[in-house]
Write a protein that binds this ligand. Sequence first.
Ligand code: KG4
Ligand code: ZN
Length: 340
Amino acid sequence: MLVLGIETSCDESSAAVVENGNTLLSIVVATQIEIHKPYMGVVPEIASRTHVEWINGVVKKSLSDAGVTLDQIDGIAVTNRPGLSGSLLVGLSFAKGLSLASGKPFIAVDHILAHIYSAHIENDITYPYLALLVSGGHTLIAVVRDYEEIEVLGTTIDDACGEAFDKVAKYYNLGYPGGVIIDKLSASGDDRAFSFPDPSLHKGNHRYDVSYSGLKTAVINQLDHFHNKGFEKSHENIAASFQKAAIDMLIKRLLKASKDTGIKTIVTGGGVAANSYLRKSLSSLSALKGLKVFSPSLKLCGDNGAMIAGLGYHYLKKGIYSPFSVTVSPRVSGLRKTYP
Ligand code: KG4
Ligand code: ZN
């Protein structure tokens, strides 16, 4: 079964063709990073206008790269939640138009569930597992029992992890978007140069939650306070120390969740899943603690149409389609937080 996936929830116009939910035939990601760079952040109005200009070419290229025509596609999957409303509307309207013109069914899917699904495209992963979703808009740890049955254990109580990377980079004028830049700088920095705070584990229902607001403020405002003697106050050292603090916080909670639930498989997703310190820490954990860790390849970490096609396949295969009346929703919905 061939599914065309379309993603326009933020600043990437992307489309992909995936076979049977796990074989990637093509992926096209047109990023608007250069367009938003002067503003050091995504400007929603510009993002949606750019999607309008790009979406047709992106979808056409994904079909031709896969060597298929629209006629050979069995269904269309598209992100309709959560994200920037204006951006989501472009992809959703385009998918509805394609569906109407071709007679192929379409399914509107959840961006968060799709990020969590992305590692399934290149790996054979069995449920249940613990998911770590870390992106520019979301940070969560969840028990995943099925492609749409997830139980959120913890979230950020303020900034998302990627957002903290972006804000720290913006403050130090390191460039945009900050995640990749901080990751690269950290490679030549010493992560013990500064010791930044980790808000201690919360109790009760909030014990898997994280907070980035305090860390961000500490990095931005209180460098001298945390400056350890003998270390240079370089961008590389600051980047490496911040990165370590931001990622260690997540690892600590993941380990706790694994211990509490007895689940030994961990799956990551989202833009920050590309972070080299996170990937390195998780692979040493798998050796050390006997955990199985699956991370998407770099091209599948950030926003992409492949994860949408992959997740959409599971609905389409069961004959679950969206009506033309379906619309966009900027917010997360339906993620329960009742565990244990
Ligand atoms: O998943 P994504 O493409 O978009 C959202 O759904 O938010 O994630 C984008 C986020 C940005 O905050 C970006 O700075 C961060 O992912 N990011 C990284 C890395 N690559 C991208 N953060 C840390 N290290 C990276 N290598
Ligand atoms: Zn995303």
